[in-house]
Design a protein around this ligand. Structure first.
Ligand SMILES: *Cc1c(COP(=O)(O)O)cnc(C)c1O
Length: 433
């Protein structure tokens, strides 16, 4: 499989797409052609590493990673991704729990997979000269997942940029508890400033080659591919159990997760509707409503990992769809306010006794607001993107009850933390690279 830029640049191999992050023309890499599957192609497979290996095989064909794919999937995708049914038909509601990895958010899937792929590529030495610097901007969860995935990996440094004061205390701890080959920098600004700095660093040819910069953001195709694989897994499980396709509600910020779901449906997995749940950052819902793409500064919300005013992966969705009308067929988007997130956290805890993070709550709110006909016609899964214990300062006061952190998260929270703060300017970042 070759990869092309959304802006039309020349096709490159998977290794170049993974190590480069963005294409030289500033676009995002996408597969030159999408493969095709039918559910029967996965008939005997149920464990996630096996489903992922089968799903990703055509995307890896012809690359130096093709033979290592099974090993990468087994090593990186080694935690459970349960699809838990909460309510029966009609209006069947399941939760796709993506928060059982080392940093308790779905970002672990992409970050771990990418780290294992890069390690193979660097070890082979044909596509990258060691050591490399992985530069990553985070709205809260990516940075922790990437730091955890690359910590102590040979020939790799990690520089994490996070917006000062805009991540939860536990997220911040996860971002800053590493040391060693991980440098954590708070940027005086918001997530979009962090993302802008990363883009500017990559656009600077001198910086890029001097530090051998690689990206681990959701713009990296090596993160999106394994995310598409868990939509394959969940939809196949539902298909086998019911003979029906599954519709997904995806809490959305930079649109990596939602776009991965679109890819999984495009290649033939039994996925019906895809609904994006956003917070008060309404660039995507506005675009679908008006047809005008108007990126803007982000506003802070309770679902801070979704505080994105200029969602990068829209460029990939636009490249798949010729116009806004066809884009509207691909996805819909519903904004959720902080007040709605709060009441949903409380209501859902009353209903099922389960605590959900603010992002997942946004998704659940969208489910509760679905028109009756959507409930009778389709089965739904809300994607649970992080564990509620990562957002304890929001969730616990609402519930009046403690939310027990998973053991992996506890282990990180007991490590000492350290970070420096920089101005939102390329010069300040360059001095730290
Ligand atoms: C990153 C993140 C999101 C948003 O995902 P995108 O791929 O950026 O759309 C939602 N919820 C949580 C908990 C996240 O960490």
């Amino acid at each position: 499989m070759r990869y092309v830029s959304t802006r039309g640049g020349p096709a490159v191999g998977l290794e170049t797409a993974i190590m480069g992050g963005t294409a030289d023309d500033g676009g995002l890499y996408v597969p030159e052609v999408l493969p095709g599957f039918v559910p029967g192609d996965f008939s005997t497979l149920d464990a996630f590493p096996d489903v992922a290996t089968n799903f990703l095989k055509p995307f890896f064909a012809g690359s130096s990673l093709a033979n290592a794919l099974g090993e990468v999937c087994r090593a990186a995708l080694n935690f459970p991704l349960p699809l838990r049914q909460l309510e029966a038909s009609p209006g069947a509601l399941s939760i796709l729990e993506l928060f059982h990895g080392p940093t308790a958010a779905f970002k672990d899937v992409g970050a771990r997979f990418l780290a294992h792929c890069m390690e193979h590529i660097i070890r082979e030495g044909r596509f990258a000269t060691a050591p490399v610097t992985v530069l990553v901007a985070t709205s809260g969860d990516t940075g922790g997942a990437v730091a955890a995935a690359y910590y102590r990996r040979p020939d790799t440094r990690v520089v994490v940029l996070f917006p000062e004061g805009r991540v939860s205390p536990r997220q911040q701890h996860q971002l800053t508890c590493w040391g060693g080959n991980v440098v954590s920098l708070a940027v005086r600004g918001e997530f979009d400033d962090c993302q802008r700095l990363v883009k500017a660093a990559f656009a600077d040819a001198g910086l890029r080659s001097r530090h051998r910069l690689c990206s681990a953001n959701s713009i990296n195709v090596g993160r999106l591919l394994p995310q598409a694989a868990y939509y394959a897994l969940a939809s196949l499980r539902h298909w086998r159990a019911t003979g029906r396709p599954l519709s997904f509600i995806v809490p959305t910020g930079n649109l990596g997760n939602g776009f991965a779901c679109v890819w999984a449906r495009r290649v033939g997995l039994p996925i019906d509707r895809i609904v994006l749940a956003t917070n008060a950052n309404v660039t995507i819902p506005d675009y679908l409503a008006t047809g005008q793409w108007l990126p803007r500064a982000s506003v802070p919300t309770l679902a801070s990992a979704m505080d994105v005013g200029n969602p990068s992966n829209m460029e990939r969705l636009q490249a798949l769809c010729t116009d806004v009308a066809s884009l509207r067929e691909e996805v819909s988007a519903v904004p959720v306010s902080d007040a709605e997130i709060r009441t949903t956290i409380v209501d859902e805890f009353r209903r099922h006794g389960l605590p959900w993070c603010p992002h997942t709550a946004a998704g659940l709110r969208v489910y509760r607001e679905l028109p009756e006909v959507e409930l009778t016609r389709r089965d739904w899964a809300v994607v649970a993107t992080a564990h509620a214990a990562k957002f304890d300062t929001i969730v616990e006061p609402l519930l009046g009850a403690p939310v027990e952190p998973p053991a992996e998260l506890m282990a990180l929270l007991t490590r000492p933390a350290h970070f420096d703060t920089i101005a939102p300017e390329l010069d300040a970042l360059a001095g730290r690279l």
